[in-house]
Design a protein around this ligand. Structure first.
Ligand SMILES: [Zn+2]
Length: 370
């Protein structure tokens, strides 16, 4: 019986059809569903089973239509190493996003259908780096910006779940590199960000939401990172309904404010920081705590990675100060890079464009950061 038919008929296999999370797949260098990655693991395991049988033959060259026995043995060994590495990495990715129950089902299925053993993920996750390297992927992500690198540090320490958005095409370059140091769960959907020229092409809103299996070359996927896979997975699932704020480390006051203001802010392009500024300004000017400067995100830096509910939100100030102290100890050069995005004064024009200095214009707001 095929795997698809078995999944359809056997209610014990229901968890394999869960489509709430996406899994990084070393078989396709992209993000796939639990069912697709499970299928890949079993197919690779079947192929490995065959090559293992060939490796045990006295004359493996006969099976490979080669003359040279040594060459044949070498080829079989290399093939097996590749299969082992891909399988091990796929098991880690599946474990991160789908949990141990799904992995156990697969181990049982492999034994039952293929009479072959799969490595247990609990053994594999302790050697993430080694497994990613063996599978031929880099362990240092190359395409992450300053905020994303700082978010990665926070998630590795376990301060919060971090969400980074990657182009779908960069999974092989950066996605598995993340897997080498912590648990990674992908969203089950892809987006296309909408760059906004008024805020330096930063994107606050996303269009063309599609199922992860319908991704195309312009798609982007969210990755939820934490050293604890269960928390990363919970955030991915909650984020489907915009409920992941607490796990993402956003204070309650700012989450509540955001939920209230977002529908209107979204219509205007999604700059919720400008919405807060316009609410707080009087006489065309406002003073904002530098810790609450979310507009630095539009310049690729700063330490406030959510929209603060007020110009001096105490919770945001506390979180940002802690973040700054930690970075000062752990990565002072990254802190410096993030802080280059700060400005003492900006002007937000009536149309929402940011200017890097004070300029008095009709209906513009001058923002002083203190
Ligand atoms: Zn707040």
């Amino acid at each position: 019986m095929t795997l698809a038919a078995r999944i359809a008929l056997d209610t014990n296999l229901m968890p394999l059809t869960d489509e709430r999370v996406g899994i990084l797949s070393p078989f396709t260098n992209s993000v796939r569903t639990i069912e697709r990655v499970s299928h890949g693991i079993l197919s690779y395991a079947a192929v490995r089973h065959l090559w293992r049988a060939v490796a045990l033959e006295v004359n493996p060259e006969f099976w490979m239509e080669l003359q040279d026995r040594e060459k044949a043995c070498d080829l079989v060994a290399r093939r097996l190493r590749t299969l082992d590495a891909r399988l091990a990495l796929a098991m880690i990715c599946l474990f991160d996003a789908a949990g141990i129950e799904v992995c156990n089902l697969l181990v049982d299925l492999a034994a039952d259908l293929l009479e072959t053993e799969l490595d247990h993920p609990t053994k594999l996750v302790s050697r993430r780096r080694e497994v990613v390297t063996a599978a031929g992927y880099p362990v240092k992500p190359a395409g992450l910006g300053a905020i994303q690198r700082a978010e990665l540090g926070a998630a590795t320490r376990g301060d919060k779940v971090s969400r980074v958005t990657l182009p779908f095409a960069d999974i092989s370059k950066d996605g598995f590199a993340l897997v080498s140091s912590l648990a990674v769960v992908a969203s089950s959907w892809v987006i296309r960000s909408v760059p906004d020229p008024r805020i330096g092409q930063f994107s606050n809103i996303s269009g063309d939401v599609a199922h992860v299996l319908d991704a195309d070359s312009g798609s982007e996927v969210h990755l939820y990172l934490h050293r604890d896979p269960a928390l990363a997975r919970e955030a991915a699932i909650l984020d489907m309904d915009d409920q992941a704020g607490e796990l993402l480390g956003i204070p309650t006051c700012c989450r509540e404010w955001f939920l209230r203001e977002w529908p209107a802010a979204r219509q205007a392009g999604g700059d919720a920081f400008a919405v807060m500024i316009n609410q707080a300004a009087s006489g065309g000017t406002v003073i904002v705590a530098s810790e609450c400067d979310a507009s630095a995100m539009y310049r690729g830096g700063g330490l406030c990675w959510h929209f603060p509910c007020s110009p001096s939100c105490p919770e945001t100030i506390r979180i940002v100060r802690e973040r700054r102290e930690r970075l000062m100890r752990s990565d002072p050069s990254l802190l410096m890079e993030l802080e280059t995005a700060y400005r003492y004064t900006v002007t937000i024009r009536e149309d929402g464009t940011y200017v890097d200095h004070a300029t008095s214009e009709h209906n513009a707001v001058i923002v002083h950061f203190k």
